[in-house]
Design a protein around this ligand. Structure first.
Ligand SMILES: Cc1cc2nc3c(=O)[nH]c(=O)nc-3n(C[C@H](O)[C@H](O)[C@H](O)COP(=O)(O)O)c2cc1C
Length: 445
C-alpha cells in the first residue's frame, strides 16, 4: 500500500490558536483554543478532509514566557493547553485515517513511559502515530524537573540517542505474532517470541519487555527536528521525518542535500527520511485577500509580546534594555536552540533589520518560511521547492485557527489535487502507508 513516493507530503501543524503570536486575539479564533476539545476535533476533521498525511502537536513541559521581564497580564503569548499525548488519544477516536504526530521530550521523561504510551496510541489509532523526538527547547522546562537550566546541548543529544535506541528496542519486545491467546490450549503467548531488552547504558538501565504487544506500524514513525550538528546527526540516524525551519529556498536546498547525504552515510535509504519544511501559509482567493489576512494579524501584536517572543526565539536572551529601533546586540551562545538563533541573527544582518522589524517578522513564522498569496501562488512555490530538491513536503502552519486551515483546505488543496501533487483520498490506513515508509523490521528478526 502507500502512495507514490513522488507526491507532496503534507502535515498540519496545529498550534492551538494558530502559529501567529497574536492569533488568539483574532475574531474567529476561540480564545480558549488550548483547552477546547471541540476546536481540536474540528481541526482534525478538517485536516482529514484535506487528506493531510498527518497533524502535528508541539509540546513544552512548562508554560512559556512567564519569566520574561516586563511581562504584563495582557502580554499572553502562549496559551495554556492540553497535554498533547492525552489530546491525541481523543482525536484518534474521532478520526479514521489522518496520521497523528506529537512532540515528547527525551530530556524530562523516561523511555519506558513514552514507549508504552506511544505504542498504546498506535494500537488505539490503528497505526497512525508519529513521535517528534525533542530534547526540549523551552528553558523554563528545567525548573519543573529539579534543575536551574537545561543540561548542556551535547549532553541532551547524547541522552536522546540512547533514549531512541531504548524506545525502539522496547517496541520490538514482542514479535508480531507473539500473542496466541488460545483459550483451548491455555497458551497466552509464545515465550520464544518475547525479547527482553536488558539495556544498560550511560543514561538508562531498562530491562523490559514492554507490557504491550508490538503495535500496528511495528514502530510509530520517528520525527526529528534538530538542525545543529548534533541535531542533524540524530536525525540522520533515527529520523523518518525530518522537520526543519528554513527561511530561504537556497538554505532549504543545502539542508536537504546535507540530510540526504547524512542519511545515506548511515546506511539508510534517503527516501525513508522525509524532509518537511515548516511554512506559514496565508491563502486567499486573491493575493490582496491573502495580504489582508497578514495585516489583520500583524495589527494585533502587542509590542511587549513581540519583544519577549523575539528574546525567547533567540534562545532566552535578555533584550529588555535594548532600543527596539536599533540593531540586535551581540548575543551569548544559546544552550536552548543554536540553529534558530543563527537563522534569526543572519536574517537580521542580511536584511539590515531592527529589533522591531525582527519581532514583527518572527510574530508570524518565528523564522519559518512564509507564503502569502492565491492558491496558484502557493502551489507554484511548493512545486518549485519540490522540483529543486528543497523539500519532500511541507508542514503547513496556519497563522490563525480555524481560519488558516479552513482556507488551506478549501483553496490550496484543490489546486494541489488538480496538479496531481496530493491524492483525492487516502489510499492506505497507517501513517507509514500515507508517507510511503516501510514497516521497520524488528531488531530480533
Ligand atoms: C517544525 C518544528 C517543530 C518543533 N517542535 C518542537 C516541540 O514541540 N518541542 C520542542 O521542545 N522543540 C520543538 N522543536 C525544536 C527542535 O526540537 C530543536 O530543539 C530546534 O530545532 C533546535 O535544534 P538544535 O538544538 O539542533 O539547534 C521543533 C522544531 C521544528 C522545526
Amino acid at each position: 500500500m502507500g502512495r507514490e513516493k513522488t507526491g507532496l507530503r503534507l502535515g498540519a501543524f496545529l498550534y492551538p490558536t494558530g502559529y501567529h503570536v497574536a492569533a488568539w486575539r483574532h475574531p474567529d479564533t476561540p480564545a480558549d483554543a488550548g483547552v477546547n476539545f471541540r476546536h481540536f476535533a474540528d481541526l482534525a476533521r478538517t485536516a482529514e478532509r484535506g487528506c493531510f498525511d498527518f497533524l502535528f502537536l508541539a509540546d513544552s513541559v512548562a508554560m512559556r514566557g512567564t519569566d520574561m521581564p516586563a511581562l504584563s497580564r495582557t502580554a499572553v503569548r502562549y496559551v495554556a493547553q492540553f497535554e498533547p499525548l492525552t489530546l491525541i488519544g481523543g482525536l484518534a477516536a474521532l478520526t479514521e485515517r489522518i496520521g497523528l504526530t506529537v512532540s515528547a521530550t527525551t530530556t524530562y521523561t523516561e523511555p519506558f513511559h513514552l514507549a508504552r504510551m506511544l505504542a498504546s496510541l498506535d494500537h488505539m489509532s490503528g497505526g497512525r502515530i508519529g513521535w517528534n523526538l525533542v530534547t526540549s527547547q523551552n528553558p523554563a522546562e528545567a525548573y519543573n524537573f529539579g534543575l536551574e537550566a537545561h543540561p548542556p546541548h551535547g549532553e541532551r543529544y547524547a541522552r536522546a540517542h540512547e533514549y531512541a535506541d531504548v524506545v525502539r528496542g522496547l517496541w520490538d519486545s514482542w514479535d508480531d505474532d507473539a500473542f496466541l491467546r488460545d483459550k483451548r490450549s491455555g497458551l497466552f503467548f509464545d515465550p520464544d517470541k518475547l525479547h527482553v531488552l536488558d539495556h544498560k547504558g550511560p543514561h538508562f538501565s531498562v530491562r523490559g519487555p514492554l507490557n504491550i504487544p508490538r503495535s500496528p506500524q511495528g514502530r510509530p514513525v520517528i520525527i526529528q527536528a534538530g538542525s545543529s550538528e548534533d541535531g542533524r546527526t540524530l536525525a540522520a540516524s533515527v529520523g523518518e521525518i525530518i522537520f526543519t525551519a528554513q527561511d530561504t529556498k537556497a538554505g532549504a536546498q543545502a539542508f536537504y542535500a546535507d540530510m540526504k547525504a547524512r542519511v545515506t552515510a548511515e546506511g539508510r535509504n534517503p527516501d525513508e527520511a522525509i524532509v518537511m519544511v515548516g511554512v506559514l501559509t496565508y491563502a486567499g482567493r486573491t493575493r490582496a485577500e491573502a495580504e489582508d489576512r497578514v495585516e489583520a494579524l500583524q495589527a494585533l501584536v502587542d509590542p511587549i509580546v513581540g519583544l519577549s517572543l523575539l528574546a525567547s526565539e533567540l534562545g532566552g536572551v535578555d533584550l529588555s534594555g535594548c532600543d527596539p529601533d536599533g540593531p540586535l546586540p551581540p548575543l551569548p551562545a544559546s544552550n536552548a536552540g543554536k540553529s534558530r538563533q543563527r537563522l534569526l541573527v543572519e536574517m537580521a544582518e542580511r536584511e539590515d533589520l531592527t529589533i522591531r522589524d525582527l519581532y514583527r517578522r518572527v510574530a508570524g513564522g518565528r523564522g519559518h518560511h512564509q507564503l502569502v498569496g492565491s492558491p496558484e501562488d502557493i502551489a507554484d512555490s511548493f512545486e518549485d521547492w519540490l522540483a529543486d530538491g528543497a523539500a519532500d513536503g511541507f508542514m503547513i502552519m496556519p497563522p490563525a485557527l480555524p481560519q488558516g486551515l479552513d482556507d488551506f483546505v478549501a483553496l490550496v488543496v484543490p489546486e494541489l489535487r488538480r496538479r496531481g501533487l496530493v491524492p483525492d483520498a487516502y489510499r492506505g490506513t497507517t501513517l507509514r502507508d500515507h508517507l510511503g515508509l516501510p514497516t521497520p523490521v524488528s531488531r530480533y528478526a
